[in-house]
Design a protein around this ligand. Structure first.
Ligand code: NAD
Ligand code: WQD
Length: 339
């Protein structure tokens, strides 16, 4: 049973590849390495003790995709490939629409031509925009505040339309909350390009001495300590959610939209404290004005995932910080030292 994992060399894709292989699936990783290193795949191979079929290609290039489907019998696709930097998407919207939307259109066309109609798509809690209340369940209204978020919304709608046109498709839209952490080996993890935008990679780089201090974007939100609250989810729990979705996808013909979150909200300062404990390092910080586009509080109602996938996140904030720290400490420059 071959599973095509687009973007499989990236942060979430590499962790998911491990769990898929451990569950006995044959995985084909397809990636253009625009935001990943081949080293991640080498390390995944080491962890699972098996070789991985790796195809270098771009989802915007139909020929690249055709080659994959013509040389492999693909049962389902897990579609991670995409660009994800919110700020960059504001500066270069067309790059995001082209890569994320045109790429997904190509992929779905090639899948249709090869009669593979089973896809799990990486959506995001960003599609909830500024939620009126929390926890957020899947029926909440959606909106977007930047081109990245809009690309996720458009793709969700596009996949729903695809199903309406052809009900033999099986489609799962997974809305991730805030993925953090790393594989427990400390050999693979998140390797941001340049200065990290996301909180946990920035904290980790501060703890390891690469950054002087963390800028806390606002402490005047309506939250217990005034800083932003998010639903941080361990990447291995998230990866497990994909394996569960793959088990489920054969049993239905419809579009399923599912939150992958823990249901718990932690503030920026909670995360700083937890990371200091895990790393036994000081994480200096300064309170700064709010960051444009940020919301106060965002956390999932994870009940539907539990009901439909029999999945729930298990790992604690402590484990998220300890595993991030192991990865950061062992690889202060990410994969770059091995490229
Ligand atoms: P990532 O950048 O580490 O992984 C994405 C992978 O896709 C990279 O390996 C990149 O090289 C590859 N890629 C990008 N464009 C491609 C193209 N045109 N053709 C082939 N490969 C291409 O990101 P990630 O954090 O692992 O995220 C995976 C998916 O989950 C993305 O779609 C992202 O938008 C979504 N997501 C991520 C988060 C998060 O905070 N990390 C949250 C919600 C949703
Ligand atoms: C978390 C909290 C910040 C950095 C983003 C994307 C979203 C999704 C996940 C893909 C907030 C605060 C952060 C820093 C800080 N990605 N913070 N100092 O904003 O919830 O979501 O990543 O789909 O689309 O928007 O995550 O990690 O950037 O921020 O104080 O240096 O940490 O203000 O409260 P966010 P984040």
């Amino acid at each position: 049973m071959k599973i095509l994992v687009t973007g499989g060399a990236g942060y979430i894709g590499s962790h998911t590849t491990i769990l898929l292989m451990e569950a006995g699936y044959e995985v084909i990783v397809f990636d253009n390495f625009s935001n990943a290193s081949k080293e991640s795949i080498k390390r995944v191979e080491k962890i699972v003790g098996k070789d991985i079929t790796l195809i270098e290609g771009d989802i915007r290039n139909k020929e690249d995709l055709q080659k994959v489907f013509q040389s492999h019998q693909i049962k389902s696709v897990i579609h991670f490939a995409g660009l994800k930097a919110v700020g960059e998407s504001v500066e270069q919207p067309l790059k995001y629409y082209d890569n994320n939307i045109s790429g997904t259109i190509n992929l779905c066309e090639v899948m249709t031509e090869n009669n593979c109609k089973s896809i799990i798509f990486s959506s995001s809690a960003t599609v909830y925009g500024e939620p009126k209340t929390t926890p957020i369940d899947e029926s909440f209204p959606t909106s977007a505040t930047n081109p990245y978020g809009r690309s996720k919304l458009f793709i969700e709608e596009m996949l729903r339309d695809l199903y309406i046109s052809d009900s033999s498709w099986k489609i799962v839209l997974l809305r991730y909350f805030n993925p953090v952490g790393a594989h427990e080996s400390g050999t693979i993890g998140e390797d941001p390009n340049g200065i990290p935008n996301n909180l946990v990679p920035f904290i980790a780089q501060t703890a390891v001495g690469k950054r002087d201090y963390l800028r806390v974007w606002g402490d005047d939100y309506n939250t217990p300590d005034g800083t932003g609250v998010r639903d941080y989810i361990h990447v291995v729990d998230l990866a497990k959610g994909h394996v569960k979705a793959l088990e489920k996808i054969d049993t239905f013909n419809k579009v399923m939209t599912i939150n992958l979150g823990t249901g718990n909200g932690y503030s920026v300062l909670d995360m700083v404290q937890a990371f200091e404990k895990a790393s036994e390092k000081k994480v200096p910080y300064k309170i700064m004005p709010r960051r444009a586009g940020d919301i106060a509080t965002c956390y999932a109602d994870p009940a539907y995932a539990k009901k439909i996938l029999n999945w729930e996140a298990k790992r604690t904030i402590k484990e998220m910080c300890e595993d991030t720290w192991r990865w950061q400490k062992q690889n202060p420059n990410g994969y770059k030292d091995n490229e």
